[in-house]
Ligand binder design. Structure first.
Ligand SMILES: [Zn+2]
Length: 139
């Protein structure tokens, strides 16, 4: 790996660390808790370590960053440098995500993916209300 990758990798690692308790994820948790939904966090037993697991609702939730998981929205753009590196990295993320979602479904879990962009100020309420609706519907 060439030296000019170092900076990108460092910021990648930093955003991974930050993502453990990323703000959109906290928002979802807070909302769920306030609505009386009870959950488990980052359960390692499940494929892809879902951000939020709701055993009673047989539902797992992933809160995905638009960049790292390549959301088909305006927020995702390929970086202009180290193109090869990023293509491999992001493509692998997406493949891994899909494989995990399939495994979880096969295990009988409902998989809900929430995107960072759906949890911005203007769309947040709608997204969370829909989530609550979906959860209630699932039991
Ligand atoms: Zn997005």
């Amino acid at each position: 790996m060439a030296d000019n990758h170092t900076k990108e990798i460092r910021s990648y690692n930093m955003s991974r660390i930050r993502s453990v308790n990323s703000k959109p994820e906290l928002l979802v948790r807070k909302y769920l808790f306030s609505k009386g939904f009870r959950y488990v966090l980052n359960d390692k037993r499940y494929p892809g370590k879902p951000d939020i697991v709701l055993p009673k609702y047989k539902t797992v939730i992933f809160v995905n960053g638009c960049f790292w998981h390549k959301h088909d929205c305006g927020r995702f753009v390929w970086p202009k440098s180290n193109i090869e590196y990023w293509r491999t990295k992001i493509t692998r993320n997406v493949e891994r995500d899909n494989a995990n979602y399939i495994k979880l479904s096969e295990m009988g879990w409902n998989v809900i993916v929430l995107w960072e962009c759906q949890l911005k100020k203007d769309t947040m309420t709608k997204t969370l209300d829909e989530l609550s609706f979906q959860l209630k519907k699932s039991i």
